[in-house]
Design a protein around this ligand. Structure first.
Ligand code: CDT
Length: 311
């Protein structure tokens, strides 16, 4: 008998700078109720789901920056979400900005958590591939200051067993890098959960708008297939204070096919029934890692960061 899991991605429309966390959590709760109505047992919320995508703003006052970060999770604002999820018996992924202290040092991470249906936080991931820049770009239409506001994640790409599935997490830009999925694939991942905030415009190069969506979905489909895993991707979408984010939240099957996709740029839930055994034939055949991988030829992947042409 194949293992089935009803799961959903909960896309959020824009969150403006002036929006309170309390108002955002009400929206998350409305999506959670909808997910429950559709029989979902696992819901993926976006990256930095509690606030606007603040790395677009240049800020120098650390107190102002720290207002976008959470010092504990759950906290007073998010507790109602945790409580209702536990009541419904729904597990979830939630992205937020984490402020913590490590060895006496203050750290800022772009974080996601995996919360079990009983309300326990079972997994924690800190974004590794931080995109953008750390200096002010006065001529750009907006900033992408993740390299300024966040430390690089220090916990690797891990997986957890929850809801009878092996679940891994990553965040936004991580989804463009095959290494992200392969490290999880080598731990037997069955579901990769991820949230994202992808601007409609590339501030570094004039890129046609349609390519933003194409590269997003291409990355999900290729990596789902190559690791025979489900990929559940939840966007924050629409215009936040006038700055556009792509939608396109999607559930992609281990075959690389799109099982469900959001149509709007607003709050929208899409769900699907995941057959967790669907990827097994790929793991036994074309992507039987233990038979076909040739690690003796992959050394450069971990010994070299940038491309060097020696010919
Ligand atoms: N949030 C985030 O990581 N956004 C990046 C923008 C990079 S521009 C190519 C993303 O990969 O979508």
């Amino acid at each position: 008998m194949s293992r089935k899991l009803r799961a959903a991605v909960a896309q959020l429309g824009p969150i403006h700078r002036a929006d309170s966390r309390t108002s955002v959590v009400k929206r998350l709760i409305a999506l959670l109720r909808e997910a429950h109505g559709q029989g979902a047992r696992f819901v993926v919320f976006p990256e930095l789901a509690l606030t606007t995508f603040f790395p677009r703003w240049w800020m120098t006052d650390q107190e102002e920056i720290d207002r976008y970060f959470e010092r504990e999770m759950p906290n007073a604002e998010t507790r109602p979400l945790f409580d209702l999820a536990r009541e419904f018996g729904i597990g979830f992924y939630l992205g937020y900005a984490e402020l913590t202290a490590e060895h006496g040092q203050t750290r800022h991470y772009n974080t996601s958590i995996l919360v079990a249906p009983d309300g326990r936080i079972v997994g924690h991931y800190r974004k590794i591939h931080l995109p953008g820049h750390s200096e002010h770009l006065p001529n750009a239409p907006f900033q992408h200051l993740e390299k300024r506001y966040f430390d690089v994640g220090n916990e690797g790409f891990r997986v957890w067993r929850m809801l009878d599935a092996v679940i891994g997490m990553c965040i936004c830009n991580d989804r463009r890098w095959p290494e992200t999925y392969r490290v999880m694939g080598l731990q037997g991942v069955e579901i990769v959960a991820l949230g994202y905030n992808t601007p409609t415009e590339n501030i570094h190069h004039p890129e046609p708008l349609h390519l933003r969506m194409f590269h997003h979905i291409l990355s999900l489909q290729a990596n789902a297939y190559q690791n025979a895993a489900w990929v559940l991707a939840a966007a924050k979408a629409g215009a936040e204070d006038g700055f556009g984010l792509i939608g396109g939240s999607a559930i992609v099957a281990p075959t690389g096919e799109i099982a469900a996709q959001a149509l709007s740029e607003g709050d929208e839930l899409v769900s699907a029934t995941l057959d967790l055994d669907l990827g097994d034939y790929l793991k036994r055949t074309v992507f039987a890692f233990e038979k076909h991988r040739r690690i003796e030829h992959y050394g450069l992947i971990t010994s070299r960061t940038g491309a060097v042409t020696e010919v």
